[in-house]
Design a protein around this ligand. Structure first.
Ligand code: SF4
Length: 369
């Protein structure tokens, strides 16, 4: 019996990613594929690849082959606007930006305000539209190329309905229920939604690559069941691990537990206090004991955050690891260093977010390239 659970709605426990590959029937992102990525893009790989934050895939080998032979591919990702975005939400967008720049491909970003309205009982349609605008600012702040990045909000981009109709004829209720867990009480809008979500994978007659956390994979399995019967490619995907919340290495950072998350709009001072108060460390009971025995970076959220995003330098990350293990580095200092990095990131992000207000129109997808 597994002591972790991963579904599109819920992530619990400390995830065994190797087991998840077997359970989900995906393939490991091998060193060979990672090296091939570096070779084709002629780029230095980002930490997301080097440190295997992306660890699994479907048909990524075919994406690379299509790129190599000149057929090309495009990227598709999205965001469900049900509240403010936190650090765990934005990290995959940085990985997506790297993919877009390095392969020089189009990227479509779907903002699913309709989905969040239908699936979240307490949210009004106006709420989700407001969050859509708010979240779009965070996404633009990542620095995507406006000439190749197309952001659309389902409620505004009504052309998507026309594309969803042939898809809706391919998905029967039991297929959708198996993925989304529908019950007799599910609203009928929810039942149609999988067709809307699959539509962007057909925006171009090329293979689509979705960079997303592995919990989203079941949605795309559905697309892979019928894509070829409509004359399109089965979508490819690369899957990331989860960014843990501040208080535990289990599960993922969650907007429903505010003390576990650092939001992109948090005041940097307040964010610092939150990290100081809540971040789990692998430290010992006393400084004396830690100096003698060393810390346990494997059990430490602070170290995990450095590893996933806040320490781009591999050598420095290893130095931190060894300094922790040897007892030379204590948790107070280490936390302070993380806080400085997070605050610097937030300040820069918030500046770019402000500038993004003037750029929203430039990124809007109208259906024309
Ligand atoms: Fe974690 Fe740093 Fe403490 Fe080591 S010293 S357990 S890496 S916070």
């Amino acid at each position: 019996m597994d002591d972790f659970k991963v579904t599109p709605w819920d992530v619990e426990g400390v995830v065994d990613y190797a087991k998840l590959i077997v359970e989900f029937g995906t393939s490991p992102l091998t060193d060979e594929l990672i090296e091939k990525t570096a070779e084709l893009t002629k780029s230095e790989l980002p930490i997301f690849f080097r440190r295997k934050f992306f660890f699994s895939h479907r048909d990524y080998d075919k994406v690379l082959a299509d790129y190599e032979t000149g057929k090309g591919f495009f990227l598709y990702t999205g965001r469900g606007p049900s509240g403010p975005m936190h650090i765990g939400h934005i990290i995959p967008f940085y990985a997506t930006k790297w993919l877009q720049e390095s392969f020089d491909v189009n990227l479509y970003i779907q903002i699913t305000d309709d989905e969040k309205f239908l699936f979240k009982e307490k949210l009004t349609f106006d709420d989700t539209k407001r969050w859509a605008y708010d979240n779009i600012l965070d996404i633009i702040a990542v620095g995507f190329d406006p000439d190749k990045t197309f952001i659309f909000q389902d409620s505004e981009f009504t052309k998507i309905y026309e594309m969803a109709i042939p898809i809706a004829k391919k998905i029967n209720y039991s297929m959708a229920r198996a993925v989304f867990g529908f019950t007799d009480q599910s609203k009928i809008g929810m039942i149609f939604y999988p067709a809307i979500q699959a539509a962007p994978t057909f925006f171009e007659k090329k293979r689509c690559l979705i960079p997303a956390a592995i919990d989203q994979d079941p949605y795309w399995r559905l697309q892979r069941d019928f894509a070829e019967s409509l004359g399109y490619y089965k979508t490819a995907a690369i899957h990331s691990k989860f960014v843990p919340g501040l208080t535990s290495l289990s599960g993922k950072m969650s907007a429903s537990k505010p003390e576990t998350a650092v939001y992109l709009t948090d005041d940097p001072e307040e964010a610092g206090k939150k990290i100081w108060k809540y971040a789990l460390t692998g430290g010992r009971a006393t400084a004396k004991e830690q100096r003698e025995k060393g810390g346990e970076p494997e059990k430490c959220v602070v170290f995990k955050w450095f590893e996933i995003f806040f320490e781009p330098d591999d050598k420095k990350l290893m130095e931190r690891y060894h300094a922790c293990k040897s007892g030379e580095l204590l948790c107070g200092q280490c936390k302070r260093e993380l806080i400085e990095r997070v605050q610097k990131f937030l300040k820069e992000h918030q500046k770019k977010r402000k500038e993004a207000e003037k750029k929203v129109e430039k990124f809007k997808y109208t259906g024309e390239l």
